[in-house]
Design a protein around this ligand. Structure first.
Ligand SMILES: Cc1ncc(COP(=O)(O)O)c(C=O)c1O
Length: 486
């Protein structure tokens, strides 16, 4: 196969050039039926590719032509046996991994710091999550990956588990020793499902941690849109045959996916795969160089500390993707969210996320030296302004302990519920999710027992102005708990 081919993009271009008279959806018909300001901004060329699954363009739900060929090329590039495209992000690919491997009552081993899509799928499947404790980094106030020991202990205790979920790398770029974890899980006959939302590029550069497919995992849900150069919402699900039935996964993926596929997203996956395969190494080298340089310059600024190799001191922190620039600002006596706002309001800079201690900046090959200079300049000015301020307050994050799971997440989600003030909910069983988004890791989820330290952590995030969400009450003063408990 020739990785320079882009069969799907070429098919769409050829079709658009023919300018057929369209008696099919989308009803805007090449943009002619659209708001003119939007049309002229987006452009007729882009709108001419906003097509639908008519016969010449193949069908994502039953691919036999250009989509099939594009998926085969992607499988080869990612080192997978099969690759399925997702036009609903990695969230849907994750749900397909979980729903195709576990059913009602089945045990699934899951790190507690997973994305909400894993937990949503567990609720839908009525599976039994066995939560594993990721390593917690008190200095940065974040969770890392799973250690081989934690995974081994869980498999000894639950050899009947039907799947293991691993986040690799984490949002902050930390990879676990995935190869060893896969070996251990496979020795128990347990397939490994990898949330690779933040690792699309890893398999294309030897200085980066191994990709899920390189490490021998069975499935990986991979956000091409996050760091691989495709459009927002386009991801892939990579599959290794053996413990997984690819046809069944495809059926589940189709069950979860809209029948109105975006061909713009599909085409962007096709060309992003070509770019990664043909030029990935060189592009990623550029991103790594920029990130290392930014890291070095920021570490020289008093009050700023970047997450770096020094955190790699256990089997849960095996390797680091340097293009994730996690900058701790807590020594300045301000929260990460304060700095996110200062960067927005005073420097016109937007970061990926912030939390109580850190801001996370994602460096890609789309960045230029001038962007890095602007970030370093802005953070240096902020650090100088706050470093020696009188009456500096200390920012302390008390990370909550892992909550006890009292009921299955599905039973709690569908239980009879009542609304109570958050402050008066200690000891009750949660019936909804609460998370800060991003990163979208639930602080509490249905079935878990609410503790005071969970409430304190939610309150601390709300006070800092961070985007806490999930419950029916958008202000999170009230939450839904399960009724009739003893
Ligand atoms: C760790 C992790 N997994 C999964 C997802 C979901 O990815 P997507 O936004 O492509 O649906 C995210 C999104 O931020 C994430 O951070």
């Amino acid at each position: 196969m020739n990785q320079n081919e882009t069969p799907l993009f070429d098919t769409l271009l050829h079709h658009a050039t023919r300018k057929p008279i369209q008696f099919h959806i989308p009803g805007h018909k090449h943009g002619r039926g659209m708001d003119s300001r939007f049309r002229s901004f987006v452009g007729d060329q882009a709108l001419s590719l906003d097509l639908i699954n008519i016969a010449p363009l193949d069908d994502l739900h039953h691919p036999t032509g250009a989509i099939k060929r594009a998926q085969e090329l992607a499988a080869q590039a990612f080192g997978a046996d099969y690759t399925y495209f997702s036009v609903q992000g990695t969230s849907t690919a994750i749900m397909a991994m979980v729903l195709s491997t576990v059913g009602p009552g089945d045990k699934i081993l899951v790190p507690r710091n997973v994305h909400k899509s894993v937990l949503t799928a567990i609720i839908l499947a009525d599976a039994q999550p066995i939560f594993l404790l990721p390593e917690v980094d008190a200095r940065f106030g974040i969770s890392h990956g799973l250690s081989v020991e934690v995974v081994t202990d869980a498999l000894v205790a639950h050899p009947d588990a039907r799947a293991l979920v691993v986040i690799n790398p984490t949002y902050f770029g930390i990879s676990a020793n995935l190869e060893r974890i896969v070996d251990v899980a496979h020795s128990y006959g347990v397939p490994v499902l990898v949330d690779e939302a933040h690792g699309v590029h890893t398999g294309f550069h030897s200085a980066l941690p191994l990709s899920a497919m390189q490490a021998g995992a069975d499935m990986a849900a991979t956000s091409v849109h996050k760091l691989g150069g495709s459009m927002t919402g386009s991801s892939v699900l990579n599959i290794r045959e053996g413990m997984i039935d690819p046809r069944h996964v495809q059926v589940v993926m189709s069950m979860l996916t809209t029948t109105s596929t975006s061909y713009l997203l599909l085409a962007s996956l096709d060309v992003a795969r070509k770019e990664l395969a043909a030029h990935g190494h060189e592009r990623i080298s550029k991103a790594i160089d920029l990130a290392l340089q930014a890291r070095h310059r920021l570490n020289e600024v008093p009050g700023l500390v970047c997450l770096d190799e020094s955190c790699l001191n256990s089997s849960a922190t095996f390797a680091l993707d340097p293009t994730k620039l996690t900058i701790s600002v807590k020594d300045l006596g301000v929260t990460g969210y304060d700095v996110e706002r200062m960067l927005r309001e005073n420097y016109n800079i937007e970061v990926e996320l912030s939390d109580l201690y850190n801001v996370l900046c994602i460096i890609s090959w789309g960045d230029e030296q001038a962007d890095i200079d602007a970030l370093v300049h802005a953070l240096t000015e902020i650090a100088h302004a706050y470093q020696d301020r009188q009456g500096k307050r200390e920012v302390v994050v008390q990370l909550p302990s892992m909550p006890e799971l009292r009921m299955s997440p599905r039973s709690a989600f569908y239980a009879k519920t009542e609304i109570v003030p958050l402050q008066a909910s200690v000891g009750r069983t949660m019936a909804e999710m609460v998370m800060v988004y991003p990163p979208g890791i639930p602080i509490l989820l249905p079935g878990e027992v609410i503790t005071q330290d969970n409430i304190d952590y939610i309150e601390a995030n709300l006070r800092a102005g961070l985007p806490v969400q999930g419950p029916d009450d958008p202000e999170i003063r009230l939450i839904k708990v399960v009724c009739n408990e003893s």
